[in-house]
Design a protein around this ligand. Structure first.
Ligand code: GRF
Length: 188
């Protein structure tokens, strides 16, 4: 039997660029990966991440604007495709408590701050405004509470005096790419 048959089947939920998706996909093709990217679902029709997944022949869907419709259809796909783990990667919506409960498989996320600091949006601006010495990113389990699930991995990034929101977000994104596949492998 091929080794890939033992790998966990991952669904990625995204809303935009998809740089984390691209990075997870790249890692999934390496020997140390314990997962394959099997399904990609976007809540935005023209998300760049969806164009990438289509180009790699991954099953890809864009599902409506209404969250209730998104969740209902995603759940069907997750079950139909026997998905083992959901990875949120630049997914800019909050999943409902009902979805998280019904899913019954692990859901993980990558967040651009050192949780529990700066849950939600504008994490870089908030870290700079507060003159923090460090920021970073956190891979964590998703629960029905925003950015509050158990932490899997975290990595710090030094904030320099010359940093602004853009330079800091670029530095942190690089580190997101380092830790997300490792965090996912860890829970596979
Ligand atoms: C990343 O910082 C991610 O942590 C956040 O959205 C940003 C964009 O991610 N949630 P991607 O390039 O779409 O993967």
């Amino acid at each position: 039997m091929a080794i890939s048959n033992f790998k966990k089947k991952i669904a990625v939920f995204l809303s935009g660029e998809g740089s984390n998706l691209k990075n997870l996909y790249k890692f999934s093709k390496t020997k140390r990966s314990k997962f394959t990217i099997h399904l990609v679902i976007s809540n935005k029709k023209n998300a760049k991440g969806i164009l990438f997944s289509k180009s790699k022949k991954i099953k890809s869907y864009s599902i409506g604007k209404k969250m209730s419709v998104f969740e209902k259809n995603s759940l069907l796909l997750i079950r139909e495709e026997n998905i083992d783990i959901i990875c949120l990667a630049g997914f800019m919506r909050i999943l409902s408590k009902e979805f998280v409960q019904k899913c019954k498989i692990p859901i993980i996320n990558i967040h651009p701050s050192l949780l529990p600091k700066y849950k939600g949006l504008h994490t870089h601006a908030r870290a700079i405004k507060n003159k923090d010495q460090f920021s970073g990113c956190t891979a964590h389990h998703v629960t029905s509470k925003l950015d509050a699930g158990k932490i899997i991995l975290q990595k710090k990034v030094k904030i320099l005096k010359k940093d602004n929101e853009i330079t800091l977000s670029k530095k942190i994104l690089k580190v997101e790419h380092q830790i997300y596949p490792i965090a996912l492998n860890k829970i596979c």
